[in-house]
Design a protein around this ligand. Structure first.
Ligand SMILES: [Zn+2]
Length: 413
């Protein structure tokens, strides 16, 4: 391919489609609050399915609600090339995180239709269920189930904070499918995503070719103390779970500073019970999250975080245990696909650089099982998981064109 035979998407159509999505499940500050399996998620899914069918795709839904829209290839027996991301958002999320990746996939199909271009392999656009993991744990749930890292049954029985069950919510919104797909069915997976950091925007580069991820370690700590009256209870008799959590929160934050600028640490979620005025908390739970591009350094940071447990327990006179632990990001994307994306970007004269991803993505799950590539596009000041998230068409479209041409090359190979 060279610049004269390169394909180009229709930017206005992509942006109009993104604007429709941006009206579904509006947040309070101009972004989106479209939690997975909510009524708004259903409206968005229905819209997406409608668009895909309109574009001539055959749509199927698997048991955890992942949606696959297939544009047939010249040889339907060949494994398809898959492209997609997620349509759910954070509780105060942006209009592009995940959404841009799915709707870029749809735009690829529409562009190929416009030009009557057939590909050898089928192309499938996918919307993964519950990437964000806000309402139901864990994040990247649909993709994890697809690659077999999570049992279907385990996903279906998850409950949200109000006790709603994932499987029942899927049925309620009409996305409890019967299909079951496996990674063996597909040839390659591409995901375009806005960068969740400021690098591309700051450097004025249009495309980030993701070569791997920051190594991340996380844990959920449970802190058990004792209920007591905030007034009469002597300081020495208190077992204040919230104090134990507070020590963890403050000290984990220091670990990130010790390893900055590359290291990052936080305690993103804190629950306390009974969380009422005048009562000393008998229970708290806090999540620990440390990340570093160097796996050894990330591990070291995590060890330091765990070493805080006895310290905090001693200071607050409470019991602290690890209720859950996880790690992700020690992955490598496919070398051949990385080369293909790099060559495509170079052929299209689109500025690009290699980079690591700091956040988790559906592509992380896919990379465990199929050749996978990720393309980042710039995001204003790197602000995401925030209603202020903003991207400009002019900075985004070059990346979508790189995606389009890379997918077509792979689908003909
Ligand atoms: Zn995302």
């Amino acid at each position: 391919m060279n610049r004269t035979n390169a394909l180009e998407i229709n930017p206005d159509r992509l942006w109009d489609t993104l604007l429709v999505s941006a009206q579904i499940g509006p947040g309070k500050a101009g972004g989106l609050s479209r939690l997975t399996l909510s009524d708004d998620d259903k409206i968005m899914r229905d819209k997406f399915v409608h668009w895909c069918k309109e574009a001539g795709c055959k749509v199927s839904v698997d048991q955890v609600g992942n949606i696959f829209a297939r544009r047939e290839g010249q040889d339907p027996d060949l494994a398809p090339v898959m492209v997609g991301s997620h349509l759910d958002t954070q509780i105060a999320g942006g209009k592009y995180d995940g959404i841009l990746g799915v709707l870029s996939g749809l735009e690829i199909i529409r562009t190929l239709n416009d030009r009557n271009i057939e590909t050898k392999r089928p192309i499938e656009v996918v919307c993964w269920t519950n990437e964000e993991g806000v309402r139901f744990h864990p994040p990247m749930m649909g993709a994890a189930t697809f690659v077999g890292a999570l049992e279907v049954e385990q996903a279906l029985t998850q409950t949200d904070a109000d006790g709603a069950v994932f499987g029942q919510e899927l049925e309620r919104i009409g996305y409890a499918g019967t299909g079951s797909r496996t990674p063996a069915d597909i040839a390659a997976y591409f995901e375009l995503h806005i960068e969740q950091g400021p690098v591309l925007d700051e450097e004025g580069i249009h495309v980030g070719i993701v070569t791997g991820g920051f190594t991340s370690f996380g844990a959920r700590l449970e802190i058990k103390g004792e209920n007591a009256h905030a007034g009469p209870t002597l300081m020495k008799r208190r077992k204040d779970a919230l104090v134990g959590a507070a020590v963890i929160v403050a000290e984990v934050n220091k670990i990130g500073w010790e390893y900055e600028p590359e290291g990052r640490s936080t305690c993103a979620k804190l629950d306390a019970s009974p969380n009422m005025y005048g009562i000393i908390a008998d229970y708290a739970a806090v999540t620990v999250d440390v990340r570093h591009p160097d796996p050894a350094a990330a591990r070291e940071m995590y060890q330091k975080a765990l070493a805080l447990i006895p310290v905090a327990a001693g200071q607050a006179n409470v019991d602290i245990s690890i209720a859950d632990e996880w790690s992700f990001g020690e992955i490598a994307f496919d070398q051949e696909l990385i080369s293909l994306v790099r060559k495509t970007a170079a052929d299209l004269n689109v500025s690009h650089k290699h980079m690591l991803s700091v956040a988790g993505h559906d592509a992380y799950q896919l990379a465990e099982a199929v050749p996978t590539a990720m393309i980042f596009t710039p995001c204003k000041d790197g602000i995401t998981h925030n209603e202020a998230e903003h991207v400009e068409a002019g900075y985004t479209v070059p990346g979508v064109n790189v995606l389009l041409n890379s997918v077509v090359v792979r689908a003909n190979g």
